[in-house]
Write a protein of this length. Structure first.
Length: 340
């Protein structure tokens, strides 16, 4: 079920780009995200769609409504009652497509991120100049606690894409631009809701984009900044997230490889992963000098093989979401939580 707030564009030129933001129990983070969008330079012809995924407390909606009412940004907030990251993202893109018929560029940023002042202009310029169907950019992490450099080099905290240029595929929706033609060609749902609580719906989406022949481009200068809470630097969280990533990889492969031959290939691929994971772990240990980044290949393989038996974590389920900040929260954000 969806609660929709009407947004009139009377007398205004239709925006060329729409920024979509799904939010769940991060009112303070969302406020910072929206403020960073209000501070964008070189372009003001855009609108924002926020999707509140906590239909009970509606803290994010109150934050968004206040900012839109102040006219610091053009946009509106809707409520998606079905809890889940993919459900919220699907509602964001569906609503944006329907409400803004003249826009052809749709971007997404998370509610724990802040955009650099020239982020939006850079993403739009790259889409126009490259002709790419999808554009991505880096998410630079700011660690709330003093995380050691070895942990900051963990694959969970940086992108494997470094320089600007055409790339095989994007990996996450935390900093991306998608052309209307992509969303219309792939149809609904944009993200597979079976990934709602596992995560990885964005990875699955970009895999489908690559298979469909859409071109992806990377702009290394279009930066957004994410705050990494202290909870996410602790060993249990890192290990669980690595295992979940392995399960995600398996689920994406499972959708692609079907039938007896597909099943055989999946079994073989899982067996291969078990065999080469120790070698990759040793290489990572040599590179980083820390056992935790070195454990990532092993956890990926464990996650793949657990998923083959129907066992997978649900880090995005509300009951499993971990606190975003361990410091005492302010009165406006008593229930700040992070999607773990």
């Amino acid at each position: 079920m969806l609660d929709r707030t009407t947004f009139a564009m009377s007398g205004e030129i239709g925006p060329e780009a729409i920024v979509c933001i799904p939010t769940f129990r991060r009112p303070t983070g969302l406020k910072k995200t929206l403020e960073s969008l209000a501070a964008q330079v070189r372009t003001k012809n855009f609108a924002v769609v926020v999707v509140e995924n906590d239909a009970e407390k509606l803290e994010g909606k109150r934050v968004a409504d206040a900012i839109f009412a102040s006219r610091a940004l053009r946009g509106f907030c809707v409520v998606e009652h079905t809890q889940g990251n993919c459900s919220a993202i699907n509602t964001a893109f569906r609503t944006a497509l329907a409400q803004f018929s003249t826009a052809d560029l749709f971007l997404m940023i998370d509610d724990d991120e802040e955009a650099a002042p020239d982020w939006l202009a850079g993403m739009i310029d790259t889409a126009r100049s490259s002709g790419a169907d999808l554009v991505g950019g880096p998410v630079l992490r700011h660690f709330e606690s003093d995380a050691p450099p070895s942990l900051q080099r963990h694959p969970l905290f940086y992108s494997t894409i470094t320089g600007s240029g055409e790339t095989t595929a994007l990996h996450g929706t935390g900093n991306c631009l998608i052309h209307r033609r992509v969303l219309e060609a792939l149809g609904e749902p944009t993200l597979d809701v079976s990934f709602n609580f596992l995560g990885g719906g964005d990875m699955d989406f970009f895999t489908r984009c690559r298979i469909a022949g859409f071109r992806s481009y990377w702009n290394a200068d279009a930066k957004v900044f994410e705050t990494v809470p202290a909870q996410r630097t602790k060993t249990p969280w890192v290990l669980r997230r690595s295992i979940a990533t392995g399960a995600i990889n398996y689920r994406i492969d499972q959708k692609r490889y079907r039938g007896l031959r597909g099943t055989a290939w999946l079994i073989l691929k899982n067996a291969i992963s078990l065999g080469i994971a120790p070698l990759r772990a040793l290489r990572a240990l040599f590179t980083t000098g820390h056992w935790l980044p070195a454990s990532h290949p092993l956890c990926l393989s464990i996650g793949r093989n657990l998923a083959a038996f129907g066992l997978a974590p649900k880090p995005y389920q509300a009951a499993n979401i971990t606190p975003l900040f361990e410091t005492a929260p302010d009165s406006a954000a008593r229930t700040q939580l992070s999607e773990g």
